[in-house]
Structure formats: C-alpha cells, structure tokens
Design a protein around this ligand. Structure first.
Ligand SMILES: [Fe+2]
Length: 197
C-alpha cells in the first residue's frame, strides 16, 4: 500500500495568508511522498540482501518516525482549520476536560501558549489520556520525539518556522501562535475527544 496526501477544505484564515498555507501544504505532501519512499526503500533493501544491508535498513527504520509523524501531524494540523473558527460546546466534554486539568478553556489556551514558548522546532500537542481520564500537553521535537504513546491527539500546533515564515519573522512566533488559535475549529477538537472517550 502507499499513502495518499489528503486534501483539506480550508476557509480563508485570519493572520495566515493563502501563500503561507500553500507553501505549508506542499511541505506536507513531501512528508507523504517520503513516507512512501522510505517504506518502499526498506522493502527493496530487505528483498535484495537483508543481512548485507542491515545497517542501511536499521537507519531507514530510525528515520521512519520522522517522515510518518511529519505526514500525520500535518493532517491533524490542517484539519483543525476546516469549517472555520468555531467555539467549543458550552458545558461540553472538551470544556469539562479543560476545566478539570487547566481550570478553564482559557486556562488550556494559556497553557498551550506557555508550552509553545519552548525553544526549538516541533509541536505543542494536547492529548487525551483515556486510561487516566485526563488531558496531557507535551512539546514534541521534530515531529516524533516526545510523543506520548497511546494517547489521542486533540490539538496539534506546528511550531516549525516553515509554518509561519511567509507571514511572520522567526521572533514573531508568539503572534503566529495567536493567529493559529484564532482559526481553530474547536468542534474538530471535540470530535477527536469524543472518539478518544
Ligand atoms: Fe509544518
């Protein structure tokens, strides 16, 4: 099998230009292409001479998480803009989970902004941990280092400079994060939480 790049029904975004989004979508498609390529290449090396190519295969396997999570994280990212900015259901499951962990939904947003201040490229990821019945928020390096195993991704904030370099300077990451949050359709996040629970 091979993965196919998804298309997203994106509205006009506030603070994120069509050019910025086009550049970013092209990068996403690169991750899909390279996920397929790395899987195919591993298979070719295995078929040719698995023992003789062991070092190469090992290194390709180490690299798979970067390409695969690069693909999948961007799908979470762009999907969050579909449908336009909508607020979470008042008193709904997402608000309740946010209140329990962060005091309020504003508390959750403030926490996301705080974690987004982490130096370096990566993602802020808000998860739902079904076994602990709680939200967790993590900073993920690159696309894959620091992901919390088995938890459902609720919100994914891309903090790579490529996510905002057309519209903002590197030092304006905070402004980009504000713009990102202004465009989130929180009903998409609610849907993910409903699947998790
Ligand atoms: Fe990105």
């Amino acid at each position: 099998m091979s993965y196919t790049a998804r298309t997203f029904d994106l509205p006009a975004l506030k603070g994120l230009s069509p050019e910025q989004i086009a550049v970013h979508l092209a990068l996403y498609e690169g991750y899909v292409k390279h996920t397929n390529l790395i899987l195919d290449t591993i298979e070719k090396f295995r078929t040719a001479d698995a023992e003789g190519n062991a070092f190469v295969i090992n290194e390709l396997r180490r690299r798979l998480g970067f390409e695969f999570d690069g693909m999948r994280m961007h799908e979470y990212y762009f999907e969050q803009f579909e449908g336009g900015p909508l607020v979470a259901t008042d008193g709904g499951a997402l608000q309740k989970a946010a209140v329990e962990k962060y005091g309020s939904q504003d508390g959750l947003i403030a926490h996301v902004k705080e974690v987004a201040g982490t130096r370096g490229i990566g993602w802020v990821v808000v998860y739902y941990d079904k076994s602990g019945s709680t939200m967790q928020t993590a900073f993920v390096n690159d696309h894959e280092v620091g992901q919390l195993a088995g938890l459902t991704i609720l919100l994914a904030v891309d903090l790579w400079e490529h996510a905002y370099m057309i519209d903002y300077k590197p030092a304006e990451k905070k402004t980009y994060v504000e713009a990102f949050l202004d465009n989130v359709n929180w009903t998409v996040v609610e849907r993910r939480l409903a699947h998790a629970a």
